[in-house]
Design a protein around this ligand. Sequence first.
Ligand SMILES: C[S@@+](CC[C@H](N)C(=O)[O-])C[C@H]1O[C@@H](n2cnc3c(N)ncnc32)[C@H](O)[C@@H]1O
Length: 292
Amino acid sequence: MSEERVASRTAVLVCLGRAAADGRLAVGHFTDPVAADLLTVEERVVLDQVRAGTPPQGWAERSTYESVRACAEIIAPRTVAIDDAIRSHPHLQLVVLGAGLDTRAWRMPELVDVDVTEIDHPASQRDKRARIGERPALARTFRFQPVDLAVDDLAAGLEASGHDGDVPTTWLWEGVLPYLTRRDIVATLRAIGDRSARGSTLIVNYQTPSLRARAGRLVVGTLARLGRTATITANEPWRTLLTAEQLSGLLANAGFGVQHDDDLLSIAERIGSEARVRTSLRNGRVAVAARH
Ligand SMILES: C[S@@+](CC[C@H](N)C(=O)[O-])C[C@H]1O[C@@H](n2cnc3c(N)ncnc32)[C@H](O)[C@@H]1O
């Protein structure tokens, strides 16, 4: 296992986004009262600034502030779409792949009869364990299973976690595909397909290719290097962006048929959530697929 890697910082960014959105964005649709509890004292400084709408002085601080503010806008519709998909496919097993600081097992009462397993890179999972501490999950059972999707055998990890391939599963793969190679995505999908009883549900959040989004990341990265500061996402480059057609083809090869696939901008507009970062929202999608 590639233990030398440090815990994911993008997982912290997304958690900051959820904490910043809670009670402010998509009110009546989105809430995450657990996210803020997972943050360190230092991380809460920028959280408080975003929640108060008071940007800090200094380029690096301002850049982090803007990242968290934008992330909150993206994360509200993304969470609403995924939570809705989990509720409308009430299987007895939920496996969260690349879980990061996901809070669903601790905040969704709908999971009270569900066996939840979180799969993540070992370094990120260690960080999650430290942050969540002894807080009891609401889920029927909860398990952490460390798996590096670029190195380890996911099927073996699922077997070790007690996952039952004969019982339909909801699989959640949120915000992880961009960080994997296409080869690792295909291998992960094969393992998921092999362990999915008929009727299982796969929920995938992914990024579509966009020149504008790529240029934006390039500009932020270059400015950070010039200013000798690190952006919050610096060590986690995007590796794979997929069109809806490409994703649908990959899912079909793993035995899944797409039921619906929506962009975050449409979801944000439907639920009346703030949508200033329109390009980012347009390029983020949530697909829901069923195992034939
Ligand atoms: C942007 S975070 C998303 C976390 C969470 N799914 C969410 O939406 O809040 C990306 C996650 O992908 C995980 N990840 C990236 N590469 C991975 C790998 N090779 N194996 C397992 N997990 C990986 C990171 O550890 C991190 O938790």
